[in-house]
Design a binder for this molecule. Structure first.
Ligand SMILES: [Fe+2]
Ligand SMILES: [Fe+2]
Length: 397
């Protein structure tokens, strides 16, 4: 008979204490395995802190990948209709009829347990293990356990673990303000949060899109405006595929060519006045500067202060070695938006954009370098550096 732990929570984000609690439960109750049961988001929640369910799930997966005995259960994320814990444990009861199921929950959940839907079924099918949270008084938890035992005639036990890290809500609120806080999540999770721009200080609404859209309509020539809409929509789709905040990617797409329809003199003078460095090749071909000037215009003209958006716009023409996720989304969207039809093997590159983003970037660079080689004077060295970086990245696989 196996002893299976199921640790329920939103894990927004998963942090070190979650992992330590799962490990403590594994050891103390001699469990064979602990599944992290990632809860879906209730539909009414819609704040900057509400990130996609898939991002929460992915963070759990990468956080526990190398820890023996820990696994993830995706069923509540993908369940149709309302998702209740009693449904999950009814399923567990059917799937593991001969095994013992342990439901690990935080002490805050225990306090509210009697108000859950069908708590009697949960306590019938599982032994409930309660994990203390930071600042908990153990006497209070023991009192709650005593009350639940009486009320439900089930097994409720305490995990012997002293929580010493902060809660997920504090991590979300202070992630970009307090560098210390990053050490409360596994490094791979902290990197994921940054790469996917989660819990950002900046979020965008449909009203922002409407405002920027009307500015671009005025600012850009008609063909460039149509291209811009194509890039914004493609960026939105790619963002959904690669778990990036989709409206942020859409804003970056809307603004990526915002400095395309101004004169070369104007681009050079903006750089000069604002200490934006200009390379030799950019001085020779100032249209190459529309990325750098566009990045500057984000803040100064369009009230968009997100550094990731500015960076993606800055590098969208040449790319740069080791691009971040939004850089790649905009770089690729610019090349494959629906209005493009001249580049070779576009169908392959478009399919690849939704399958393997780094390979897609490499294919685009390969074709760009081949094309530019017909006029070697025009080749920006950054394009070559970027090409070499992605060539070696793909070859090392
Ligand atoms: Fe451009
Ligand atoms: Fe473009």
């Amino acid at each position: 008979m196996a002893r299976i732990g199921v640790y329920g929570g939103t894990f927004n984000p998963i942090h070190n204490t979650h992992i330590e609690i799962a490990k403590a439960a594994l050891e103390q109750y001699k469990l064979d395995k602990v599944y992290f049961l990632v809860a879906g988001t209730p539909p009414h929640k819609n704040t900057a802190e509400t990130i996609s369910d898939i991002s929460r799930l992915e963070m759990v997966k990468i956080a526990i990948a190398d820890t023996p005995g820990l696994d993830v259960d995706e069923r509540e994320i993908y369940r149709a209709g309302k998702s209740y814990s009693y449904l999950t444990f009814t399923e567990y009861h059917q799937e593991y009829p001969d095994d013992e199921i342990f439901f690990i929950m935080g002490s805050d959940s225990l306090l509210n347990f009697k108000n859950w839907v069908k708590p009697d079924i949960i306590s019938e099918y599982t032994t409930i293990l309660v994990a203390p949270r930071l600042g908990d008084d153990i006497n209070d938890i023991e009192q709650s356990i005593f009350e639940c035992k009486n009320m439900f005639d089930g097994d409720f036990m305490l995990i012997d673990y002293k929580a010493n890290a902060i809660a997920s809500s504090e991590i979300r609120g202070a992630f970009y303000k307090d560098t210390e806080i990053k050490s409360d999540v596994p490094k791979i999770v902290a990197d994921y949060i940054v790469e996917h721009n989660l819990y950002s200080l900046y979020t965008y609404t449909p009203e922002d899109i409407t405002r920027i859209d009307s500015e671009m309509k005025k600012e850009l020539k008609p063909g460039r405006y149509i291209h811009t809409l194509g890039v914004a929509n493609m960026a939105y789709s790619l963002a959904i595929k690669w778990n990036y905040p989709a409206v942020t990617a859409q804003v970056a797409g809307m603004l990526h060519d915002c400095a395309k329809c101004i004169s070369d003199e104007k681009r050079l003078s903006v750089c000069e006045k604002n200490n934006i460095p200009v390379t030799d090749i950019e001085r020779q071909y100032p249209h190459l500067l529309h990325g750098k000037v566009g990045a500057y215009y984000c803040k100064s003209k369009y009230d968009v202060y997100d550094e990731q958006i500015a960076h993606a716009i800055e590098v969208h023409t040449t790319g740069c070695p080791n691009m971040n996720l939004l850089d790649k989304i905009i770089f690729v969207a610019d090349y494959i938006e629906p209005g493009r039809d001249k580049q070779p093997r576009l169908d392959v590159i478009r399919a690849c954009a939704f399958k393997d983003l780094d390979l897609c970037v490499y294919l685009i660079l390969e074709d760009t370098v081949n094309y530019l080689n017909t006029n070697p004077d025009m080749v920006d060295p950054t394009t070559i550096d970027t090409f070499e970086f992605y060539k070696s990245l793909i070859e090392k696989r």
